[in-house]
Design a protein around this ligand. Structure first.
Ligand SMILES: Cc1cc2nc3c(=O)[nH]c(=O)nc-3n(C[C@H](O)[C@H](O)[C@H](O)COP(=O)(O)OP(=O)(O)OC[C@H]3O[C@@H](n4cnc5c(N)ncnc54)[C@H](O)[C@@H]3O)c2cc1C
Length: 485
């Protein structure tokens, strides 16, 4: 009889682990509380419009290719991928920076803003590429068990980059605040302020300028569809509408779960739900991390999101648009240092229908707006509306058009929904940040220290937040499980 693994949740990390474990010969069953798979990356369709509920930036295409390659497949067997040109646009108060789809185009744009900056940029990106090769091929593929995992001949030569910050590095060579913000943007995906993120993480800048921004035709949910198709082909059983209420332990060893009030036995349990929530499914004595442990951690922000159907094509926009036309530092302070609703928020607007006509009805635009906010904030319909008015007014002003009367419908998602839909700790949108003290072996562990055959995966453990890291997290935990028998 093959050993049975129950996987809790069906986000990227859970689906990734389920595929690897099924391939290794385990009997795998996935239990997902929501009515569809995908976790943070679900899809919402309305009146001919298609929205990705969560992630929208497809970066690091090599990681997705490697994932499918591990199963003898190609990404192209499942979905079409387009490189976006331009990659994205940033609106500042007095200018717009367009990030092109090649280093040459980006260098021209940097020179326009600051004479001589392209020379520094090429050097910066070359170093970022070296870091990418080390991070992706060596460091990130280790399970975060011991500090020695970080010690490789390559990292030993770069040890200073773990103590300097990305913010400091960027400021050494670039003076123009707009270029500084452009170069600090990629590390926001790691969930912390650039002045708290080690400069080794400049590999995110290589992911951005070197590898480019891509779009799966039909939206990010195509990746989830591909992964769940693969999982089913490999023999994984997927149960949706199945809330796990308890993880059972006997004599220090996992025995199964209760889902929808029914006990289901299992040799191994792997949870890809938010780590904090997963531990609450255990009796207290089996939890590894106390409430005060979680309380002290830096979490990635929550978000206020709007999904909007527009009855016309919009002007002066690209697929991805960042509105950095207010004070970046102040907004960051209001997320991390003195958590409150932002005084003058930065925001992001995504219009996938600009490059993919399948995302909206003819002559219409699919719009997704995101305001990063602190976790655990009060979330009311009034606050959501107030912030919608603020960002819509700014959007109209910066893009030079009126859109308010072209809204067919508007849906929103915020802190309370993150908690309700995903059991997210304090409503975090994308996990626990990757700061110096929350990197690699300093993150919550993949394997329980207290319960035999209990494992964890996802954006609160290693390697960290984001879609590519979640794919890797599933692979790492499946290797640990296989090794443990
Ligand atoms: C708004 C937003 C924008 C983002 N943008 C990007 C981006 O552009 N690019 C990028 O790379 N990343 C982005 N991210 C981050 C990325 O989406 C996440 O890091 C990734 O999806 C996390 O996957 P996961 O498997 O760790 O967790 P999740 O996707 O959260 O999966 C956990 C699953 O567990 C389920 N669950 C919870 N409790 C239970 C229970 N008791 N029983 C059963 N099931 C349970 C949940 O319903 C969920 O399906 C974004 C995230 C958000 C929210």
């Amino acid at each position: 009889m093959n050993k049975k693994v129950i996987v809790i949740g069906s986000g990227f990390s859970s689906l990734s682990a389920a595929c690897y474990l099924a391939q290794a010969g385990y009997e795998v069953e996935v239990f997902e509380k929501n009515d569809t798979v995908g976790g943070r990356c679900r899809q919402f369709k309305k009146e001919g419009f298609t929205f990705d509920i969560g992630p929208s930036w497809y970066w690091m295409p090599d990681i997705f290719d490697k994932f499918f390659g591990d199963f003898g497949k190609q990404r192209a067997d499942f979905y079409e991928l387009d490189k976006l040109s331009p990659a994205y646009k940033i609106f500042f108060a007095d200018d717009i920076i367009t990030v092109g789809d090649s280093m040459d185009k980006i260098c021209v744009e940097f020179e326009r803003i600051e004479k001589g900056s392209s020379v520094h940029l090429r050097k910066f990106i070359k170093k970022a590429q070296e870091n990418y090769d080390i991070a992706i091929n060596k460091v990130v593929l280790r399970p975060g068990i011991s500090p020695f995992e970080l010690v490789t001949p390559e990292t030993a030569l770069r040890v200073d980059q773990f103590f300097k910050t990305i913010s400091g590095e960027v400021r050494k060579k670039f003076k123009n605040p707009k270029l500084i913000s452009t170069l600090e943007f990629p590390v926001l995906f790691l969930g912390a302020k650039p002045n708290k993120t080690p400069s080794f993480y400049s590999f995110m800048n290589f992911a951005d300028f070197g590898l480019g921004t891509w779009h799966p035709k039909g939206g990010m949910y195509e990746i989830i569809k591909a992964m769940s198709t693969l999982a089913i082909q490999l023999g994984v059983q997927v149960h949706t509408d199945s809330t796990v209420e308890k993880i059972h332990v006997e004599h220090g060893k996992v025995t199964g779960i209760t889902a929808n009030s029914t006990f289901i036995n299992s040799d191994i349990v792997l949870s890809g739900a938010d780590y904090h929530h997963s531990e609450t499914l255990l009796d207290k004595k089996y939890r590894q991390y106390s409430e005060s442990y979680w309380e002290k951690k830096t979490f990635a922000p929550s978000s206020l999101l709007f999904y909007i159907g527009f009855d016309k094509k919009l002007k002066n926009i690209e697929h991805h648009n960042l509105f950095f036309d207010t004070d970046f530092d102040r907004h960051a302070e209001e997320i991390y240092d003195t958590p409150k609703w932002p005084t003058n928020p930065l925001f992001y607007a995504n219009f996938p229908s600009v490059s993919d006509s399948s995302m909206a009805p003819d002559g219409c635009e699919t719009g997704f707006f995101l305001v990063p906010i602190a976790t655990d904030l009060e979330d009311t319909p009034q606050l959501r509306d107030q912030y919608f008015d603020i960002i819509l007014e700014r959007f109209e002003k910066r893009t030079g058009q009126s859109v308010e009367n072209n809204i067919i419908f508007k849906e929103s998602f915020c802190v309370n929904d993150f908690v309700k839909d995903y059991n997210s700790y304090k409503g975090n949108a994308y996990g626990m940040a990757n700061t110096l003290l929350q990197t690699a072996f300093l993150r919550p562990k993949l394997k329980s220290k207290k319960v035999k055959n209990l494992f964890f995966t996802g954006q609160l453990t290693v390697p960290g937040p984001g879609v590519p890291p979640s794919l890797i997290s599933g692979k790492l935990v499946s290797e640990l499980i296989t090794k443990n028998g």
